[in-house]
Write a protein that binds this ligand. Structure first.
Ligand code: SF4
Ligand code: SF4
Length: 115
């Protein structure tokens, strides 16, 4: 069984397009939406991300919806499939932002198989 693990220097989930995230509609309140709009650059990447190093600049104080293990319990798919759901979400983000053969994807696959 593979265990989910967040890897360093990734940040693939730090790009938002709320129009594509209808799954979040019932999980975010209006304050969350306002915050996301404020945090998001024109190209979709979070302004709090150090793009050169792919690191969150406010990691300790990041919003609740950026805290994967806490936020995920709101998804029925997580409650049903556990880490598999998280792994699939990360793969989707990494693949769409960096590519299926990216170093981020390789690192992620290593991280989830090494547990
Ligand atoms: S996409 Fe996954 S591995 Fe990458 S930063 Fe987000 S949670 Fe971590
Ligand atoms: S606040 Fe940090 S963790 Fe959240 S999206 Fe922005 S860079 Fe990513």
């Amino acid at each position: 069984m593979k265990s989910w693990n967040c890897i360093e220097n990734c940040g693939a989930c730090c790009k938002f397009d709320l129009n594509e995230r209808t799954d979040l509609e019932d999980k975010l309140n209006s304050e969350d939406i306002d915050l996301i709009v404020k945090m998001t650059s024109e190209d979709g990447w979070c302004k709090n991300m150090d793009r050169a190093n792919k690191k969150c600049l406010i990691y300790e104080n990041r919003p609740h919806f950026c805290r994967v293990t806490e936020f995920s319990i709101q998804f029925k798919e997580y409650l049903k499939f556990g880490d598999k759901f998280l792994i699939d979400c990360c793969k989707q983000h990494i693949s769409s932002n960096y590519g299926k053969k990216s170093k981020e994807m390789k690192n992620f696959k290593l991280a989830i198989t090494s547990k």
